[in-house]
Write a protein that binds this ligand. Structure first.
Ligand code: SF4
Length: 93
């Protein structure tokens, strides 16, 4: 191994060390950002559908244990009815 290869190896090691210190920090930061949900009041959530639009056919909905059970929403806090609706409604594609 020549000097150039040794220098390169040290650089790579330093990069990997820096990356190793950065990734957990970024994961924690992203996790916090994802954990923040908006309030039901902010998006005017209600337990009734808006025509054909309802939580059960919204891409943000996380179903409960049964089809009629309350679930969760990826962006709105609290228990969410599959028959509910809010202004953040986004149809499933
Ligand atoms: S974004 Fe609104 S409509 Fe969609 S699942 Fe969440 S609460 Fe329901």
């Amino acid at each position: 191994m020549n000097d150039h290869q040794k220098k390169l190896s040290r650089r790579q090691i330093i990069k990997f060390m820096a990356l190793g210190a950065t990734v957990p920090f970024m994961n924690a930061f992203i996790g916090q950002a994802q954990a923040k949900k908006t309030s039901k009041e902010t998006v005017q959530y209600r337990d009734k559908p808006n025509g054909e639009e309802k939580c059960s056919n919204c891409m943000q909905f996380i179903p409960g244990k049964t089809p009629g059970a309350a679930g969760e929403c990826k962006v709105v806090e609290g228990s969410i009815s599959p028959q509910g609706w809010c202004t953040a409604y986004a149809p499933e594609s």
